[in-house]
Design a binder for this molecule. Structure first.
Ligand code: URP
Ligand code: ZN
Ligand code: ZN
Length: 461
């Protein structure tokens, strides 16, 4: 199958030119001006941007959490991702406490196999790293294509790993080309603050934010960096939400330490006033870290511009408002943590980042695709438009205006955090490894179009 994409404005993290792209099978085989090659399908991309498929490095499909399971599974979640211009996700497999890491991986392979609309990889969440788990972690890096691991300083008794475990994981990762992704929040102290709040009868959703101060995140980031420095390993901070935490990353990077970090659209476009909404509405925004005071947003944009933050991912972890968030009607600490967003990332960042002049078009591509490919061992197969790369390509209409709404989104969740927001910039057509999966806004693929991606050891930018 040959597909020719004509007349588009091709934008990568580096380039910006008008040209045609020939896709043969799964790969990009030719790029040039006014190509006249015969093709089975011709896509006219006049007045459109042609960009590398988005990579969302942080999603939770079919994740058991907070007494329930994330509302999107690998079928619905990746279909929604495709609609939003994402052609690769890196999701999280979870090692339960005491469980074999290889057994955990097998479970997640079964959850995703033959279901996805787009390509996917896994990070492994490590909760236990005893002597018997060490060879398993090495095997993941060497043989299974899983080269990044998430460890938690939060959620004591569930996912939290103590400092010794984190240090052990970092040391191993550092020695074998792996990368530790840190959920950096002092969960032990947070639990103490939560208990005090509940004892005072403070049960409403807004107390989720009020019991997770920015200092708890900054302390976690600081400790992550110190542990990584002692272990001689790089570290990647996930879902960084505030200036207090960002300052720690900036300080470390200024010293030349291999510290990387992502933020998410919710921290760039939403703020803690959303918890003040009437009744139980604030539960929609109960995610960890919580939404912060609005002034943090400018600081995060500066971090993105200055490359102290390298990636924008979503931390997509949806729970339905009616049936799932309601678990915490009388106690905010029982509201499942997480929110939807995998479908909206590109439009939100284009509209709120590029059109406002906060970031360039090249940086938009870098933040939503290229950097994640580089950091997580997928580049240059993913994250760029080049001869030989996978044809994960998005035809993006930079002038199309639409209103984000749960009424029209494809995520399997009954609300949208950005409900009613009017954005300019929409995904029109999407190719995943050469196959058109979204055609003019319509899903034309099938479950199983996506493949599991074995990732390389990290080669940090
Ligand atoms: O609230 C969140 N972020 N839920 C997903 C789990 C995590 O910590 O990433
Ligand atoms: Zn986390
Ligand atoms: Zn997460």
């Amino acid at each position: 199958m040959k597909t020719l994409i004509k007349n588009g404005r091709v934008v990568t993290a580096q380039d910006d030119y008008f040209g045609d792209i020939l896709v043969e099978g799964q790969f990009i085989t030719l790029i040039g001006k006014s190509l006249t090659v015969a093709a089975d399908k011709v896509i006219d991309a006049k007045d459109k941007l042609v960009i590398p498929g988005g990579i969302d490095a942080h999603t939770h499909m079919d994740m058991p959490f907070g007494g329930t399971t994330a509302a999107d599974d690998f079928r619905t979640g990746t279909l929604a991702a495709a609609h939003g211009g994402t052609t690769t996700i890196i999701d999280f497999a979870i090692q339960a406490k005491g469980q074999s890491i290889l057994e955990a991986l097998e479970i997640w392979h079964k959850k995703a196999a033959d279901k996805t609309a787009i390509d996917y990889g896994f990070h492994m969440i490590v909760t236990d790293l005893t002597d018997k788990h060490i060879p398993e972690m090495k095997a993941l890096i060497a043989h299974e294509g899983i080269t990044s691991f998430k460890l938690f300083m939060a959620y004591p008794g569930v996912l939290l790993a103590d400092d010794a475990t984190i240090f052990r994981a970092m040391s191993l990762a550092g020695d074998h080309g792996g990368l530790i992704c840190m959920h950096a929040e002092n969960g032990v102290v947070i639990n103490e603050i939560v208990s005090r709040a509940l004892a005072q009868g403070k049960t409403a959703p807004k107390y989720h934010a009020l019991t997770r101060p920015t200092a708890a995140e900054a302390e976690g980031v600081n400790r992550s960096i110190a542990l990584a420095e002692m272990a001689g390993s790089p570290v990647y901070i996930v879902h960084l939400s505030c200036f207090d935490a960002l300052k720690k990353v900036q300080e470390a990077r200024d010293l030349g330490l291999p510290v990387f970090a992502e933020t998410c659209p919710q921290y760039l476009f939403l703020d803690d006033t959303y918890y003040e909404q009437e009744g139980f509405e604030g539960a929609k925004y109960v995610m960890t870290p919580p939404l912060r005071e609005a002034w943090n947003q400018d600081k995060l944009w500066t971090g993105l511009r200055m490359n102290d933050l390298q990636v924008i991912s979503t931390d997509h972890c949806p729970f339905c408002f009616k049936e799932q968030k309601a678990l915490g009607l009388n106690d905010f600490s029982k509201i499942p943590n997480g929110g939807p967003g995998v479908e909206n990332r590109l439009s939100l960042v284009y509209n709120g980042g590029v059109l406002t002049g906060k970031i360039s078009l090249n940086r938009f591509v870098e933040l939503t695709s290229t950097s994640a490919a580089k950091i997580f061992g997928l580049f240059p197969r993913k994250g760029t438009i080049a001869v030989g790369s996978d044809a994960g390509i998005v035809i993006f209409d930079p002038g199309k205006k639409f209103t984000i709404s749960a009424g029209s989104h494809h995520m399997n969740v009954d609300y949208n955090c950005y409900e009613g927001m009017v954005v300019t910039g929409a995904t029109e057509t999407v190719l995943c490894r050469g196959k058109v999966v979204i055609d003019n806004g319509l899903y034309v693929g099938k479950p199983g179009d996506g493949q599991f991606l074995k990732r390389s050891t990290v080669c940090l930018p």
